[in-house]
Design a protein around this ligand. Structure first.
Ligand SMILES: Cc1cc2nc3c(=O)[nH]c(=O)nc-3n(C[C@H](O)[C@H](O)[C@H](O)COP(=O)(O)OP(=O)(O)OC[C@H]3O[C@@H](n4cnc5c(N)ncnc54)[C@H](O)[C@@H]3O)c2cc1C
Length: 314
């Protein structure tokens, strides 16, 4: 509770803290599942932002079905040789380390043959190819592994038992993304100021803006519950699926409101409409990154509402 109060006071005082992004939830998982030697080597450099981590999960044929990966690890003396391809890897072009799902046993059900490995992104055989986005920037990448050697010391969790670790990473990711209202939605004060400057521009008027601001408060309360669980040392709970889903939708509405208020300036990526123009091009991706909205709805249905499992999932 003390930690939550400190966080709120920092926010109220406008103190910005370092945002570790993807590094944060990958390192959190490593703290939960890594050896003492791994913690000694990786945690402090990550916290100081000396080493940025990327998340090497998605592949051309394994996105929502994250256990369907084909990148494979072959046993060699002292470690593994990794071969395969990842895609949509955010920040791989500046990351020093990557946390990867690797298939180490193809002869067992897919969830049972996965091992989590920390991969040195500067190692021989790692090739990173940036992908260009609609904004013209490159935020994510294709990553190819050609006989990349990963020592046994860099395997996180049990060999062939990595799915539990991967799921924890995805859970921590949902909680982190869902907790990021302040960073992904347009600042509330900016929306109010833009509205006050020209209320007639917003379809739905003050009632719509008010509903949106109330939604932001509501997700803040949901996040308090997740944060309370994390502070108490618990695993990420199913509410992470809710906050991640709701956060994406709030961000879409934030983008829509901001775009209406910015008017025609929104078509430019510079000037008065810069933020809305940029968000129009990027924010839809938030319904995909970190688990799509359809998958989050499945998780909410199954884990919170107790509905039957998706019959198509094998
Ligand atoms: C901005 C951004 C950043 C990303 N960064 C990373 C990263 O750093 N590391 C990483 O590993 N990945 C990253 N990703 C990839 C992301 O995790 C995947 O795109 C996501 O998991 C979906 O996988 P997919 O693209 O293969 O789509 P698919 O899984 O092929 O899904 C296609 C469509 O089918 C729907 N669908 C699939 N299965 C079901 C089902 N069972 N029930 C209902 N609907 C279903 C999906 O909702 C979607 O609409 C990023 C993606 C984005 C957009």
């Amino acid at each position: 509770v003390e930690q939550l109060v400190i966080e709120e006071e920092f926010d109220a005082a406008g103190v910005t803290r370092p945002q570790l992004g993807i590094t944060a939830w990958n390192i959190l998982t490593i703290i939960q599942y890594g050896t003492q030697d791994q913690l000694d080597r990786w945690v402090m450099p990550a916290m100081r932002r000396d080493v940025i981590w990327c998340q090497l999960f998605s592949e051309p044929d394994a996105g929502s079905d994250a256990a369907g990966i084909k990148t494979k690890g072959t046993r060699v003396d002292g470690g593994w040789l990794v071969n395969g391809q990842k895609v949509w890897t955010s920040g791989a072009h500046y990351a020093g380390m990557g946390f990867a799902t690797v298939r180490t046993n193809p002869d067992v059900p897919k969830h049972e043959g996965i091992t989590m490995m920390a991969i040195d992104m500067t190692a021989e055989g790692v090739e990173v190819r940036p992908l260009k986005m609609a904004t013209g920037n490159s935020e994510f990448n294709e990553v190819f592994f050609n006989d990349v050697f990963v020592p046994d010391d860099d395997v996180v969790g049990p060999v062939d038992g990595g799915w539990t670790v991967a799921r924890a990473t995805l859970g921590n990711e949902s909680v982190s993304i869902g907790g990021g209202t302040a960073r992904t939605a347009v600042p509330q004060q900016k929306l109010v100021e833009s509205f006050d400057a020209d209320p007639a521009r917003l379809d739905g008027g003050a009632a719509r803006l008010g509903r949106h601001l109330a939604d932001i408060q509501a997700i803040g309360l949901l996040n308090l519950r997740s944060a309370h669980r994390a502070v108490a040392g618990g695993e990420p709970g199913p509410e992470g699926a809710m906050t991640k889903l709701v956060l994406s939708e709030i961000g879409h509405e934030s983008t829509a409101i901001n775009t209406e208020l910015a008017g025609p300036d929104s078509v430019y990526l510079a000037g008065a409409g810069q933020m809305s123009g940029f968000m129009v091009l990027t924010h839809r991706g938030m319904s995909i990154a970190g688990g799509t909205s359809e998958i989050k709805r499945n998780q909410i249905g199954e884990r919170i509402l107790g509905l039957p499992r998706d019959p198509l999932i094998k």
